[in-house]
Design a protein around this ligand. Sequence first.
Ligand SMILES: Nc1nc2c(ncn2[C@@H]2O[C@H](COP(=O)(O)OP(=O)(O)OP(=O)(O)O)[C@@H](O)[C@H]2O)c(=O)[nH]1
Ligand SMILES: [Mg+2]
Length: 295
Amino acid sequence: MKSGTVAVIGRANAGKSTLVNVFVGEKVAIVSPKPQTTRDRILGVLNTEKGQIVFADTPGIYRSRNALTGLMMRKTENTSKDVDVILYVHDGHAGVRDADLSLMKKYAALGIPMLIAYTKIDIMPEERIPEDVKRLYEGGVTADVYPVSARRGKNIGKLRDALYALLPEREALFSEDVVSDKSEKFMISEILREKILLGYDEEIPHGVAVVLNEFEKREDGVWNISADIVCEKQNHKAILIGKQGGALKKTASVARADMEKFLGGKVFLTVYVKVREDWRDRESLMRELGYRPEE
Ligand SMILES: Nc1nc2c(ncn2[C@@H]2O[C@H](COP(=O)(O)OP(=O)(O)OP(=O)(O)O)[C@@H](O)[C@H]2O)c(=O)[nH]1
Ligand SMILES: [Mg+2]
């Protein structure tokens, strides 16, 4: 059977996690309209009669000077070097800039087979696609380009077949019932972070980490979950909580609904907001909050 790993790489907000979720057929990575949604490498596994593809979703390429971004970018770089195929995801709707060409050429130069997913074609004029593909080619990018829409499921099958064609004949890396390398606990904390990304202006979620202090199924089947929302500034705490706690209540209630879907049971959720001044620039705090370099 065919089996191997595919690193999903590209700029922040390009649509990588959405694409991985569509391939896997389950939500293994959270998604939001804000850049830097994904902070870890997340494996998502697809099994078909053709074989197994292990997608490695990665933090999107983003310029920002804090230590957390530095750590995220190292995770992306390390992932790109140790896979069978690179799937470079480009947001077609955003157009093609010189910086995109440089990034594509940088990853192509690693010498690993590479395909380009030119995504979000559902929200752009169709006639721009061939023009952009020509611009890529003339700009020195020779990888095959697959126009897709993860949101509409367009051309996903074609891209999947092209990926299989590049994978070696090999035994499966994961057993068939595995969809992700991340734990339920990780996904639960990510669900809460996703709702914060969706519910607040950019500067707030970028400085938020979620830590679960309690994650336990009671005898009556109800999940007891208690989470700290850790932010980096005192005034962010006030915004997160909102007037009479309204904003936090709303966030927790949307998060709880999604957690219940994910766990398939009732959830009792308690959230607290804490401040760890500028944690994104302090290695020891980053570690404490779960952001560590890979071993
Ligand atoms: N219209 C449209 N929107 C899309 C498509 N794919 C993703 N999006 C949207 O684009 C935004 C970013 O998607 P993500 O999947 O989080 O992007 P990402 O590349 O993983 O972003 P980072 O993790 O921040 O690097 C979200 O609002 C998605 O809903 C698509 O095919 N069509
Ligand atoms: Mg992502």
